[in-house]
Design a binder for this molecule. Sequence first.
Ligand code: S3P
Length: 177
Amino acid sequence: MKNNILITGFMGVGKSRTARALAAATGLFAVDTDDLIESLIHTTISDFFKSHGEPAFRRLEQDVANWLERSVDHTIVSTGGGFFMVPNLLKLGQVFFLDADFDAIYQRLRAQPGGRQIAKRPLFQNLDEAGKRYQDRLPLYRQNAHHIIQVKGRESNVVALEIQNILQSRGLLLKKP
Ligand code: S3P
């Protein structure tokens, strides 16, 4: 198993912010699977969903997972909300699932000015469908994680500190690159 630190969870739960806070606290680099995919496709994820559809996006996520398994170690990885479905997830490193209820997630996304946080997420365009997707995924997120972190009402630097403490107490905190 590799020594990366993966952050999973539903859209808008704060995975990227937490990864960045953890990077700042530990000195490790952080990468984001959606950013890696956007660098490949030369367009936004939203436009890619429109032109190529979800299955093509999932294949790119699998490519990213394979690259992480082959070539990346000692790195913090924030993931897109569906990345947890790749079959090799648990081999990539310690997986932290960020857990918050759907309403808290929705309220946080909605509070961002201009509606951009919702507009850029193709699978959050219909609230009922997003809520159903959340319910369907919840047990799977929990199964596909080594650690479950409650994040409702907590700032990302506080969440990052909890992750850092867990890693430290188990002797898993990595040295700076
Ligand atoms: C998705 C989540 C998105 C992005 C894509 C699909 C999902 O990332 O990967 O729109 O299936 O949950 P965020 O979790 O950063 O919104």
